[in-house]
Design a protein around this ligand. Structure first.
Ligand SMILES: O=c1[nH]c(=O)c2[nH]c(=O)[nH]c2[nH]1
Length: 304
């Protein structure tokens, strides 16, 4: 039997949003201008927006700045411009790609930074020290920039000055009220700058981190929700360049272990640290009167 040629049909489609680039370039910049070396350790992703229609629809790569070229540019800029902060480095990349290629109208550049400290003050030996990973995401669309900074993985715990009472009780509620419990969480946060001009990103990062940590300690927490709100309120109050801050924080439950079975009292001294399930508390605190900017957050995975 001879095969009957099948008629193939193609649905009418159009190319909608697209972006492309090189993800997770692990660039380490060492400054060796003196015997006392400095170090920045980043994981950088570059993705371009613009007129790449023909590449998708025609197979014409005339506009496709190769992802390999984007990778090389990241390493070249680490040498030429240096890395004074993740945010400044991303702005450098954005200026380069939008300046160099007419059809590149914007993009998304993201970085994570890993913190190192000197081993006993040593000139050129370091240990990975920062408990948190610092993050930055820059989205450029024409002449509009959206810049998010943040961190994740900063684990904090307080052994008292936290409680949880007053919640509704129904037939499925078993949780006893407590006015004295452990409060522990891994802080993940991102904040949105209202400008990229004239900001000292290093100082601002240190300030926000410090506000978040000191706020965790400075009040009686009625719930993790209550604590996140206070952290956000303080950041927005004290940092005029920030209009919005988001938190995503697990409530890392610590249950007082039942020692009565062994004839022992346990006045909040011995706990079982459960790893799952965990409460997941997320909140955005925004400056009053300022419009939301959903496009700034569009490509951020999860809540923040
Ligand atoms: O800080 C808390 N927030 C909650 O929403 C909650 N729910 C719960 O069971 N424990 C807690 N703790």
């Amino acid at each position: 039997m001879s095969a009957v040629p099948q008629e193939t049909t193609t649905s009418a489609v159009r190319l909608s949003s697209n972006q492309y680039g090189k993800a997770e370039n692990r660039v380490v910049r060492v400054y060796r201008d003196s015997a006392r070396h400095e170090l920045r350790d980043l994981n950088v992703t570059s993705q371009l927006h613009g007129d790449f229609d023909a590449a998708h629809t025609e197979g014409d790569n005339g506009h496709v700045v190769a992802t390999d070229t984007q990778k090389n540019t990241i390493f070249a800029k680490a040498k030429e411009v240096g890395i004074s902060s993740p945010e400044h480095f991303l702005l450098t990349l954005a200026d380069h790609f939008t300046g160099e290629f007419d059809w590149v109208t914007g993009g998304r550049w993201a970085a994570e930074e890993y913190g190192w400290s000197r081993i006993e003050g040593h000139d050129h030996s370091f240990f990975r020290s920062a408990p948190e990973v610092r993050t930055a995401v820059l989205k450029r669309d024409g002449d509009r920039d959206h810049l998010l900074s943040g961190f994740y993985g900063l684990t904090v715990l307080k052994t008292t000055e936290s409680g949880f009472v007053g919640y509704p009780k129904d037939r499925y509620t078993t949780l006893p009220e407590t006015e004295d419990r452990i409060l522990a969480t891994d802080i993940a946060t991102r904040w949105r700058y209202n400008t990229t001009v004239g900001v000292d990103f290093e100082a601002t990062y240190a300030k926000v981190r410090s506000i978040i940590l000191s706020t965790f300690t400075d009040h009686y927490s009625y719930a993790l929700q209550h604590t996140l709100y206070q952290m956000g309120q303080k950041v927005i109050t004290e940092v005029p360049e920030i209009d919005e801050i988001r938190f995503s924080c697990p409530n890392k439950h610590h249950f007082a272990y039942d020692l009565e079975r062994f004839g022992l009292e346990n006045p909040n001294e011995v706990f079982y640290a459960a790893d799952r399930p965990y409460g997941l508390i997320e909140a955005t605190i925004a400056r009053d009167g300022v419009e939301d900017a959903p496009e700034a957050w569009a490509d951020v995975a999860g809540y923040c």
